[in-house]
Design a protein around this ligand. Structure first.
Ligand code: ME8
Length: 530
């Protein structure tokens, strides 16, 4: 069976409710997944939640709840977000699921047995907030630890360590030989700079149960649980392994997990034949966790004997009104509330159109409203509504003889859009699509069908114009489907088409047939009172 395009998101900590940054990442990954499917690639899209670690244990304690009870409640909220955002994910991982825990345990056991993990005593500094050990090298020029580390305490503790020390050279070489491994280039340079100027320290991958109990137990030492990152990163491989990915079947940890925890196939919607997924094509993550994905994760995979992901795609951070998003100050954007008020596609459109994948972005309510009014309601909504309303009014909704007046222009735009989709250039793809939306409106203004309709001698010309407009709307639906799935489906329904607009091939001119009767036009993006 051929390998599917395998795309993942970071798994969110369930220590609070989702904000625009979490939702943006999921929408980016979903749009890429839908684009690939539309272009004919079999695709598997994985997202989920990260339930272990100190942050979650503390959040549960703050609500006087057992961690598992707390996680079950929060997981429901995050799954509802995935639904609300219309994510087309094929699976949803929770790191407390037995299928995941089995693989994490099998991996640490394998790495321990093969000498990649050893026990040692540490004495030094520890950041409670970041759950990480610090060294003198982590002090800034002023001698202090970065405030991002929060409270830093002295600690003496036995723990297990994963060997990173001698792994630097091959990783530098790998990143240099694979220019698209870390994208965008700024993050690649940052990672290479880090690797070339600092020596990697072995990584502490356990926490004593006396200090932190909410984690996956270390199978060979009951006094420890796995450090949350060593558990979380594994999600990307635990799901394919649990689904029976043939590309992973020969790895020792997969075999031992299957032996001790069979059956591991627990995904509710697992297809009958195990999908071939490994290695991942894209890990979509935020810029703050590049080190974990571009340094620790490849080294872990090499030690496990698994091949490396093809790309780490790091997006920027959202701010709100120029300030950091923070729940404590209330400076946040609730994606569910936005989707409820304006429709999910308005949310998806704003974040994808506003921000290219890489730089930081700034959410403003004024900016959101103006994109809604200008680009969605005025440009797109109007084009579709007037095109279909005129077809109804002047031709009883019956598609006239085919005409290809706009075919060449449309073909240029569709191939440019395709090229952008193949490069994951989502913002540029939307800009390109909007040039077609605007061309459509200009065509209405230039051809003035409402005037043509008054002159019976212009009947054939009116037929041409109406055909071109209806066909343009149909093609726009197909182009928009990865970005605005509901809107695309609504356009198809208004055109009276039963199929889904989910195959890029359908952008070929001439899909609407003469004599076909369209459905009922309705406003796609109703204007709101100020
Ligand atoms: O880091 N703008 O979880 P998390 C854009 N559990 N993206 C943002 C953001 C913002 N303001 N704030 C957060 C974790 N993100 C780990 C991941 S993966 C094996 C484990 C992004 O809940 C952040 O960069 O803190 C990350 O990609 C995702 O949201 C989850 O963040």
């Amino acid at each position: 069976m051929s390998k599917r395009f395998y795309i993942t998101t970071a798994i969110d900590y369930v220590n609070g409710s989702p904000h625009v940054g979490n939702a943006y990442e999921k929408v980016v990954a979903d749009t890429i997944a839908r684009s690939r499917r539309s272009l004919g690639q079999e695709t598997f899209f994985l997202t989920g939640v990260d339930e272990h670690g100190q942050k979650v244990q503390q959040a549960a304690a703050a609500e006087s709840k057992e961690p598992q009870v707390y996680c079950d409640e929060l997981a429901t909220i995050w799954q509802a977000l995935a639904k609300k955002l219309e994510l087309s994910n094929d699976d949803f991982i929770r790191t407390t699921q037995p299928r995941h825990e089995a693989i994490v345990k099998a991996i640490v056991s394998q790495l321990h047995a093969s000498g990649h993990i050893y026990k040692a005593t540490y004495e030094g500094y520890y950041s409670l907030k970041e759950e990480t050990f610090l060294t003198e090298k982590d002090r800034g020029p002023d001698g202090k630890f970065d405030p991002a580390y929060g409270e830093v305490v002295r600690l003496k503790e036995d723990n297990y360590y994963f060997r990173l020390k001698d792994q630097q050279a091959w990783l530098i070489d790998y990143i240099e030989r694979n220019p698209s491994f870390i994208h965008p280039e700024s993050r690649r340079n940052e990672t290479l700079g880090f690797l070339k100027t600092r020596e990697l320290e072995d990584l502490c991958i356990t926490r004593p149960t006396a200090r932190l109990s909410w984690g996956i137990p270390l199978p060979f030492d009951p006094n420890y649980v796995n450090w949350v990152w060593f558990d979380a990163l594994v999600n990307y491989i635990s799901v394919p392994a649990a689904l029976g990915d043939p590309a992973l079947a020969n790895l020792p940890f997969v075999q031992s997990a299957v032996r001790s925890h069979a059956p591991t196939r627990q995904a509710p919607h697992a297809p009958p034949a195990p999908p071939s997924l490994w290695p991942p094509d894209i890990h979509v993550i935020g810029k703050d966790i590049v080190k974990f994905h571009a340094i620790y994760w490849p080294i872990m995979l090499k030690a496990m004997g698994a091949s490396l992901p093809k790309q780490i795609l790091a997006h920027g951070f959202w701010q709100k009104d120029g300030e950091k998003i923070s729940k404590t100050t209330g400076n946040t954007v609730d994606p569910i509330a936005v989707a409820d008020e304006w429709g999910v596609d308005a949310f998806r459109f704003y974040v994808l159109r506003e921000l290219d994948i890489g730089p930081d972005g700034n959410w403003t309510d004024a900016g959101f409203r103006s994109r809604y009014q200008d680009e969605l309601a005025h440009d797109l909504g109007n084009l579709v509504n007037r095109s279909l309303s005129m077809l109804n009014r002047y031709r009883n909704g019956v598609v006239p003889t085919a005409s290809n007046e706009l075919a060449a222009e449309v073909e240029k735009i569709t191939s440019a859009t395709k090229a952008h989709l193949e490069q994951n250039e989502l913002q540029a793809a939307l800009q390109t699509i909007w040039s077609l939306v605007r061309r459509g409106n200009q065509y209405v203004d230039h051809t003035a069908p409402f005037k043509l309709a008054k002159d019976p001698a212009q009947g054939p010309r009116l037929d041409e114009v109406l055909y071109n407009l209806a066909e343009l709307c149909r093609i726009l639906a197909v182009l928009l489907w990865p970005f605005l799935p509901s809107t695309a489906s609504k356009i198809y329904a208004q055109l009276g088409l039963n199929a889904a607009p989910d195959k890029f091939d359908a952008t070929r001119w001439g899909g609407l047939e003469q004599g076909h009767t369209i459905g009922t036009p309705a406003a796609l993006f109703p204007l709101k009172e100020e």
